[in-house]
Design a protein around this ligand. Structure first.
Ligand code: ADP
Ligand code: MG
Length: 651
C-alpha cells in the first residue's frame, strides 16, 4: 500500500476504526517480527555450527563447556549468601515493579458497538485512535504531531472505563491497564519508581508491537495539583448552577445545588510527602516516549568514545532516535484538581468530557439494555421507551442500567419473569426516594399529608404546564412523609424567571393548602421552605431575576465567600430582605390560587386517601375530571376551628 493511499484511508475513515494490521502500527509490528525472526535464525545457526564443530572434533557426547568441580561445603555457603542477597535485592525490585495488567484485544468482551448514547465522545475517540494507528502517515505526510495523551473526565458511571475497554478491543495493540492507586506504596520513592517502570513497559510494548495504549484509572490519586501552581493555564470550570430536574416535598431531595469554581491559585494546605515528586515524575515520564533504549545508549557510548579519536570529517553518527508510538489515556472524575502542567498540549492535550447522556442518548441506552433484559411487550412500544428516556433525565448510563435491574428485581418480587412499565416506575421511586416504609399515620395526619401533597400537585398543574407530574404519594419514604415528583418534559439547560417562580410556588403550595384547609401549619413544610429559600436566593443573588443585578458568586475573599450562594445572599441584610420579599410575594399568589381551586385540591386529596399513590396520568386524570366538574356550589369557611376537622375527615 502506498503512503498516499494510507493517507486517503486515514482521511476517509469517518467513525470507523482503521484496521491495525494495515496501518502504520501493523507495518512496524511486521518489521519488528522480521527482526526477531532474523535474530532467532542467527542463534540457531550459531548453535548448529557449534554442534557440528564438536562432531568434527570427534567428541559428540561431551558437554559444550566442561563443568568445574566444587566442594559441597563451599557450595552451601555460596547458595546461602546468594539467597540472602537475592531476597534483599528482590524486595527492592518487586516494590518498584509496574503494577499494570496487559490486555490483548481477544481477552476483552466489550466492543465499540456496545458503547451507546455518547456519540460525540465516541467519534472523538475513534479519530484519536486512527491518528494513533496511522501515526507515521499523519506526521510525515501531513506534518502533524500525533496525540500522546487523552484525558477522560466525567461523572462516575458515564462510561469512561467502558469506552477505554472497547478501544482496547478495537485498537489491536496491547492495552496496559493500571489503576493510579496501585502506584502508591509505603516505601519512600517507590511510587516514582513504579511510574517509571510502567512507562518503560509501555515503551517496550510499543517497540515490540508497533504501538501500545496505556490506560490510567482515577489518575487524580497521583496527579493532584502541586501547591502554588497557577491554574490559569487550565480552562477554568464555569460556575455551575444546576437546578435539579426533579423536586420533591417534605424531603431532602433535590435542592438547587450551586458550586462555584474559578481560576486563580490552588494552594493545597496539606501535601502528602512526596506528592510534588510524584507529579514531577509523571510530567517527566509523559515526555519520555522519545527516549533511547538501553542498547541504543550503549551504542551511543561506543560511538562517543570512537569519535574522540576520529578527525572531525570522519565522525560516526549516533543511533537515531525512534519515538515509541504510545497513546496514554487517563480517566478521572476530578479533572479540576489535576495539576495544570499535566493538561498542557503535548501531555494530556485532549480533554474529553463525558457528559450525562442527552434524551436521544438515553433512548439508545434504554434500547441497548432492554435488548438483554426480560421485559413485557408493552416496553417494546416506542412511546413507552421515549417516556423512559424522558423520566431518566440526569441519569448516567450505569444508573439507567441499574434502574432496569431494579425493575427486574421488582418483577421477581411480584412473581413475574419479565418487567413491566409499572416495575420501572416502582424501581425509579425506590432509586430516587427510597423504599416505602409502612407507617401508620393517625387519621388526622393522613388527611393533613394528603391535603399538603394535593396542594403541591394542584399548584404544579396550574402554574407549570411545561412540567410532567410523575408521582404523588403519601407513603413515607426515607425522610419524606409524602411526595410530589415532577420533572421537565424535555431536557432543558436554562430556566426562565417564570419557571423558577413556579417552582417556588409549587414548593410553598403545601403549606398554603394546610393553612387554607386547617387554618394552621405543621412541621411538614420544613423541607419545602428549604427548597424555596435556595431557589429564591439563587434568583436574587445569582441570576439577577429580582431587583438587584449583582451576582454574589463574584464575591471572593470576604467574610462569607467560603459559603455557597445561599449563604452569601442571606449573609447580606439587603439580599436577605429581597429573598424574604420574593418568598412572601409568591406565597400570597399561590395561596390565592389554592383558595380559588380548592375543589382540585379536594379531589386529589380524596384520591390520595383512597389510593395512597398516584402515578403519571393518574394525577392529571383526577385533576382534569375535577376541573371539568367545576367548583362545588356551597362555600363553607373551613378556616373556622372545628369546621375543618368535621368537613375534612375522610368519609
Ligand atoms: N455508553 C455506555 N453504553 C453502554 N453501557 C455503558 C455506557 N456507559 C456506561 N455503561 C455501563 O456502565 C458501567 C460502568 O461504567 P464505567 O465505564 O465503569 O464508568 P466510569 O465512567 O465511572 O469509569 C459499565 O460497565 C457499562 O455496563
Ligand atoms: Mg471508571
Amino acid at each position: 500500500m502506498t503512503q498516499t493511499a494510507a493517507l486517503d484511508d486515514l482521511v476517509a475513515a469517518s467513525g470507523q476504526v482503521l484496521s491495525a494490521r494495515h496501518a502504520d502500527v501493523g507495518t512496524s509490528r511486521e518489521t519488528a517480527r522480521r527482526g526477531r525472526f532474523v535474530k532467532l535464525a542467527v542463534l540457531v545457526w550459531v548453535l548448529a555450527g557449534l554442534a557440528w564443530w564438536r562432531v568434527l572434533a570427534k567428541d559428540p557426547a561431551a558437554a559444550f563447556l566442561p563443568l568445574p568441580s566444587i566442594d559441597p561445603f563451599l557450595l552451601t555457603i555460596i547458595v546461602f549468601f546468594g539467597l540472602l542477597l537475592a531476597l534483599t535485592v528482590g524486595q527492592q525490585v518487586l516494590s518498584g515493579r509496574s503494577p499494570h495488567v496487559v490486555y490483548r484485544p481477544e481477552q476483552i468482551d466489550v466492543s465499540l458497538d456496545q458503547v451507546v448514547g455518547i456519540d460525540g465522545v465516541k467519534d472523538d475517540v475513534v479519530r484519536s485512535l486512527n491518528l494513533f494507528l496511522a501515526h507515521r502517515v499523519f506526521s510525515t505526510e501531513m506534518g502533524g504531531t500525533p496525540r500522546r495523551g487523552l484525558l477522560f473526565e466525567g461523572a462516575p458511571g458515564t462510561g469512561k472505563t467502558h469506552l477505554a475497554r472497547a478501544m482496547a478491543k478495537e485498537a489491536g495493540v496491547p492495552f496496559l491497564f493500571v489503576s493510579a492507586t496501585s502506584f502508591q506504596s509505603m516505601w519512600y520513592g517507590a511510587t516514582a519508581k513504579k511510574i517509571r517502570a510502567y512507562f518503560k513497559a509501555l515503551r517496550k510494548a510499543a517497540r515490540k508491537e508497533g504501538g501500545a495504549i496505556g490506560f490510567m484509572e482515577e489518575i487524580d490519586a497521583i496527579a493532584m495539583s502541586r501547591g502554588g501552581v497557577s491554574t490559569a493555564m487550565a480552562p477554568a470550570a464555569a460556575p455551575m448552577t444546576a437546578l435539579s430536574p426533579m423536586t420533591s416535598c417534605c424531603g431532602p431531595l433535590a435542592t438547587p445545588a450551586t458550586g462555584s469554581a474559578g481560576g486563580g491559585t490552588v494552594t493545597t494546605p496539606f501535601m502528602s510527602e512526596g506528592t510534588g515528586g510524584v507529579v514531577n515524575e509523571l510530567l517527566v515520564q509523559m515526555q519520555s516516549f522519545d527516549a533511547l533504549t538501553g542498547w541504543q545508549r550503549l551504542g551511543g557510548w561506543f560511538v562517543d568514545r570512537a569519535n574522540l579519536l576520529l578527525p572531525p570529517d570522519r565522525q560516526l553518527s549516533r543511533p537515531s532516535l525512534l519515538p515509541s508510538n504510545v497513546l496514554l489515556i487517563a480517566a478521572t472524575n476530578r479533572a479540576d484538581s489535576l495539576d495544570p502542567a499535566l493538561l498542557r498540549p503535548g501531555r494530556f492535550d485532549r480533554r474529553l468530557t463525558f457528559e450525562l447522556p442527552s434524551k436521544s442518548g438515553r433512548r439508545a441506552l434504554v434500547d441497548h439494555f432492554l435488548a438483554r433484559k426480560a421485559h413485557e411487550a408493552e416496553l417494546d412500544d416506542d412511546e413507552r421507551r421515549d417516556a423512559l428516556a424522558a423520566i431518566t433525565q440526569g441519569y448516567s448510563p450505569v444508573m439507567i442500567e441499574h434502574l432496569l435491574d431494579e425493575a427486574l428485581v421488582s418483577a421477581v418480587r411480584g412473581g413475574r419473569s419479565a418487567m413491566t412499565w409499572k416495575d420501572v416506575e416502582q424501581a425509579r421511586l425506590v432509586e430516587e426516594v427510597g423504599t416505602g416504609a409502612p407507617v401508620e399515620y393517625t387519621a388526622h395526619e393522613r388527611v393533613l399529608i394528603a391535603t399538603h401533597e394535593a396542594g403541591h400537585a394542584t399548584a404544579a398543574w396550574l402554574t407549570a404546564p411545561q412540567r410532567r407530574l410523575e408521582i404523588l404519594t403519601i407513603i413515607k419514604r426515607r425522610g419524606a412523609l409524602g411526595l410530589l415528583a415532577h420533572g421537565d418534559r424535555e431536557d432543558v439547560f436554562t430556566r426562565s424567571r417564570t419557571e423558577l417562580r413556579a417552582l417556588v410556588q409549587i414548593a410553598l403550595a403545601g403549606q398554603c393548602a394546610e393553612e387554607v384547609f386547617f387554618g394552621d401549619v405543621s412541621t411538614g413544610p420544613g423541607g419545602d421552605l428549604l427548597y424555596a429559600t435556595n431557589c429564591a436566593a439563587e434568583m436574587v443573588g445569582a441570576h439577577g431575576m429580582d431587583s438587584t443585578l449583582i451576582s454574589y458568586l463574584a464575591v471572593q475573599n470576604s467574610s462569607f465567600s467560603d459559603t455557597n450562594i445561599v449563604g452569601r445572599v442571606l449573609g447580606d441584610p439587603r439580599g436577605r430582605d429581597q429573598v424574604e420579599a420574593v418568598l412572601q410575594e409568591l406565597k400570597t399568589a399561590v395561596r390565592a390560587l389554592v383558595v380559588e381551586n380548592r375543589h382540585l385540591v379536594e379531589a386529589l386529596r380524596d384520591a390520595l386517601l383512597e389510593r395512597e399513590e398516584l402515578i403519571g396520568t393518574e394525577i392529571t386524570d383526577v385533576l382534569e375530571q375535577a376541573a371539568a366538574r367545576g367548583p362545588r356550589p356551597a362555600v363553607i369557611d373551613l378556616t373556622q376551628p372545628g369546621v375543618a376537622a368535621a368537613t375534612d375527615a375522610p368519609a
